[in-house]
Design a protein around this ligand. Structure first.
Ligand code: SAH
Ligand code: SF4
Ligand code: F3S
Length: 479
């Protein structure tokens, strides 16, 4: 049935047109309502929050089809891996996993194995699966998640092998059923795709063109979550600061969206990720009004060297970034900033790296995700000579990480003896008598307390500050 295969093309995925974005109002087709009856699924999710949110929609679709969650992977009738393509290490993990799944197929010949998410959007992935992993039944991408019921029908009923990956710029699909993993914290997509084209990054190819949801749809979703008792929402987009700019008819940019969402009685609003180049003074002013807008900003810098930033197509300089940090801290003094940094980008010299270290020292980051550059086929940087020896990259990463860890420790220390509000999520993973949760500044706090506090925001006095967490005690319990 190979003539039915729809394969991705990176050349097509790169294109951006003025074609208006199609809004699809999803309606579940009842003819699939019994397809999953008596069958179980497992979804394994890799990558960023966009994938976490997508997996929750896949669960929504599977439950609508009658599937139930499997207790263990070796009991599942359907295994979906939702993949990430951002670095080679992420992809190697998935290939290892695909290899391991072969044995389950021998135990259960009716097992359906599906690979979805960002990796299938790359043509190399699809070719490799076709050539080497015959036990994979479905390959689907980020643009056709909503077609999962039909794809499963083709495998389970029609006994086909399905490869369906679209490379068009993508639509906005509203009204997908969603079953959320966390009872208190919810992801809310405000936009999809990315048009930044940082030269190292595969995301603009795997996620399509930047497209913003209608503000009314976002307000409605957050209002519903608040009414259902959710305590926190995190607004998702690859660059939330450019929300609304792709479609002037929406009449709403990111500061305006936050102003509207702020009025909804949801205790906490967070967002990720902010590109420094679009961080306006208006946005800072809105965030400075506080309330349910949390004083925590993830602001990926990637490098502190002007020539590397230019080669990365980041559209700001070291001085402009530091100036932005200063403006943010002046208006929101209690803010916590974290960042992302890549070391060993093609052409990075010792002096470039030192500029990054200097920027980290001056910015006062309270955390950072640090990565060694990974070449992504199809991106502009893949053509740059990858000339930094691996040992040098590793050494730079180690030096950077020790500096970053000092930032984590200092960021925690400043809360010693303070009383902070903690949204209690449950018992700690390592100690079943200790509750844990996060502060407005996104600091992890562990403290003893009764189960009745789970799902509430409680004041905790901080008595210990470690590198990765805070410890303390509740000062008075809420009912
Ligand atoms: N849209 C977000 C992040 C997307 S990917 C943003 O712009 O901040 C998350 C992080 O992965 C990036 O911030 C970057 O630091 C890292 N990353 C992306 N591509 C990479 C690559 N090819 N090699 C190493 N790290 C990469
Ligand atoms: Fe990738 Fe840059 Fe877009 Fe972030 S802003 S997803 S790093 S291209
Ligand atoms: Fe990975 Fe795709 Fe997110 S490549 S980082 S899962 S957008």
């Amino acid at each position: 049935m190979s003539e039915n295969y729809i394969k991705p093309e990176i050349k097509v995925a790169r294109k951006r047109s003025n074609r208006p974005v199609r809004n699809i109002h999803f309606a579940f087709d009842e003819k699939y309502a019994k397809l999953g009856q008596g069958l179980t699924y497992i979804i394994e999710t890799h990558g960023c929050q966009a994938n976490e949110a997508d997996s929750e929609q896949m669960v929504g679709l599977l439950r609508a089809m009658g599937f139930e969650e499997a207790r263990a992977i070796d009991e599942a009738d359907l295994i979906i891996i939702n993949t990430c393509a951002v670095r080679e290490t992420a992809e190697s993990k998935v290939y290892g996993e695909i290899g391991r799944l072969k044995k389950y197929k021998r135990l259960n010949p009716n097992l359906v194995i599906a690979i979805g998410g960002c990796m299938p959007q790359e043509e190399v992935t699809v070719e490799r699966i076709l050539a080497k992993h015959r036990h994979v039944d479905i390959v689907f991408g980020t643009h056709n998640l909503y077609r999962l019921p039909e794809l499963l029908h083709r495998v389970i009923v029609d006994k086909q092998r399905v490869i369906e990956v679209f490379s068009e710029e993508g639509e906005i699909v509203e009204n997908l059923p969603t079953i959320r993993k966390n009872r208190y914290k919810a992801w809310v997509n405000i936009m999809f795709g990315c048009d930044e084209f940082c030269t190292y990054c595969i995301v603009p190819y795997t996620r399509g063109k930047e497209r913003s949801r209608h503000p009314d749809a976002i307000v409605e979703e957050v209002s519903k979550l608040a009414a259902q008792g959710y305590m926190e929402v995190t607004l998702l987009g690859q660059n939330v600061n450019s929300y609304g700019l792709d479609d002037p008819e929406l009449g709403c940019d990111f500061p305006e969206l936050l102003t509207r969402l702020k009025k909804i009685p949801i205790p906490r609003i967070r967002f990720t990720t902010s590109h420094p180049k679009d961080f306006s003074d208006r946005l800072i002013d809105v965030l400075a009004t506080g309330g349910n807008l949390m004083p925590y900003i993830h602001l990926p810098v990637q490098s502190g060297s002007d020539s590397i930033l230019k080669a990365m197509n980041r559209k700001y300089s070291k001085a402009q970034y530091l100036e932005l940090v200063k403006r943010i801290k002046t208006k929101i003094p209690e803010v916590s900033l974290t960042t992302d940094i890549i070391v060993g980008f093609p052409g990075e010299t010792e002096a470039d790296f030192e500029a990054t270290m200097d920027l980290v020292e001056k910015s006062g980051f309270e955390g950072a995700y640090t990565f060694i550059y990974s070449k992504r086929e199809g991106t502009p940087a893949a053509k740059f000579p990858d000339d930094v020896p691996h040992e040098v990259k590793k050494n730079r990463l180690d030096r950077l990480n020790s500096l970053v860890n000092q930032g984590y420790a200092l960021g925690n220390k400043r809360f010693l003896d303070n009383v902070v509000d903690v949204l209690v999520e449950g018992y700690s993973k390592t100690d079943k008598l200790i509750l844990s949760g996060y502060t407005p500044n996104n600091k992890l706090v562990n403290f003893p307390g009764p189960e009745s506090l789970i799902g509430k925001i409680v004041p905790v006095k901080i008595l210990q500050a470690k590198t990765w967490s805070l410890g303390g005690e509740v000062i008075h319990e809420q009912n």
